[in-house]
Every structure is written in structure tokens, then in C-alpha cells.
Design a protein around this ligand. Sequence first.
Ligand SMILES: Nc1ncnc2c1ncn2[C@@H]1O[C@H](COP(=O)(O)OP(=O)(O)OP(=O)(O)O)[C@@H](O)[C@H]1O
Ligand SMILES: [Mg+2]
Length: 213
Amino acid sequence: MFITLEGPEGSGKTSQVPQLAKYLRDLGWDVLTTREPGGTDIGDQIRQVLVSMENKALHPRTEILLFLAARAQLVEQVIKPALAEGKVVLCDRYADSTLAYQGYGHGLDLPALRSMLQFATDGLKPDLTILLDLPVEVGLSRKKKEDEWNRLDAYEVKFHERVREGYHILAGEEPARWKTIDASQPREVVQENLRAVVLLSLQNQSLIADSSN
Ligand SMILES: Nc1ncnc2c1ncn2[C@@H]1O[C@H](COP(=O)(O)OP(=O)(O)OP(=O)(O)O)[C@@H](O)[C@H]1O
Ligand SMILES: [Mg+2]
């Protein structure tokens, strides 16, 4: 089962993954966690270019190609092999980030982005995508406080508002795949909600697998 975490900056994706993975492993699931952009040696080098404050001149089209390059590598080198081994793959951001940030945020052509995503991911889609949703100012102020500011956060607040709205549209288009969690809650509550949503999906997936055997 392929699970992705999405949501605006500072919504808690990266900080929630380790505990969620541990919880699932304790229940006996074989879990692989990874993150975007990055997750491979090549992808991590690309990530450095993307987040560096030095690279303010990076054009949105260059940016998207770098994201897609990192993702193609991650899909082939990490995600596909893990899924083939029956693992649960938890990925911190994936293709929907491209639609939300480059599509809704930067206003790049959505159909063109979708076909590039199809190419980069070889058509691999998540079974479950969790939207950690919260007001933009809340997420950005969390990151500022922790001094975790990077080039991608430094876009104007309006950009981040468009991204959040984009996530709402994407989740509305595919309600069977998306589950939304209120990420402005205390971290323990967000973690509990995450566990409940993932467990339910894993159980449903197992039932489907059983009934087709
Ligand atoms: N529920 C919460 N309440 C308060 N602070 C939180 C909560 N969740 C996460 N944080 C803090 O907010 C900051 C950002 O969290 P985190 O890095 O997990 O977000 P993220 O969704 O991965 O952000 P990005 O999209 O930028 O990667 C961290 O310092 C984290 O400790
Ligand atoms: Mg993160």
C-alpha cells in the first residue's frame, strides 16, 4: 500500500512520519518511509538545489523539472521495489505537491503538469493521500519559530494560500483517495488521527485483497 502525506508548509508531515511508522511497525506492518524531494542519493543532491537560499533565480519550469527528476529516481529506486515486496510505503510529499505548488501556486498549466507527472512516476498513484490541512500563517509561523526557513517557504503568503486552496480542490476531486486531517491541532491529536486513518485504510485494503483470493 502506497500512502502519501500532503499539505502546506509546517503542517507536520515530516515530524509525524517517524511515530506513525513506528506505530505501524509495532502492529506488524513492514513499513518504508521516504521523503520528497530526495529519498535517494541523486534526489538528495537535487533537493539541495531546490531548497538553497542561493537559488532565488530558479525559474518555475526549472523547479518543476528538478522535482520531477528527483521523483522519477525515487519511484524507480525506492518506491516500486518496496511495493513489490509488499511493504507499506509512507511518502512525505509526492505528485500532488507538484499540482498544488507548481499548478495552483505558480499557475502552470495543470493538464501539462499531469502528463509530466504521468511520465515521471510511470503512472504510479498513491492508494491513500492524507492532507494535513491548516491555515497558512499557522504553518509558516511554526517554521519561522524553529528557524527551518528555506527558499520554498520564502514565497509570498498569497502563493501559499493558493497552494492550500489547490489541495482542497484536489481532495474534492478524488474523495476516495484523500482523507483530510486538521493539522492545527496539537501534535498528539494529529498523530492519533493519522493512525486511525491509516489503520482503517490498511484494514480495508486487506479485506479487498482477501476477498479477491
Ligand atoms: N501540531 C503541531 N503543533 C505545533 N507545532 C508543530 C505541530 N506539528 C509540527 N510542529 C512543528 O512545526 C514545524 C514544522 O513541522 P514539519 O517540519 O513536520 O512540517 P512539514 O509539514 O514537514 O513542513 P514542510 O512542508 O515545510 O516540509 C516543526 O518545528 C514541528 O516541530
Ligand atoms: Mg517537511
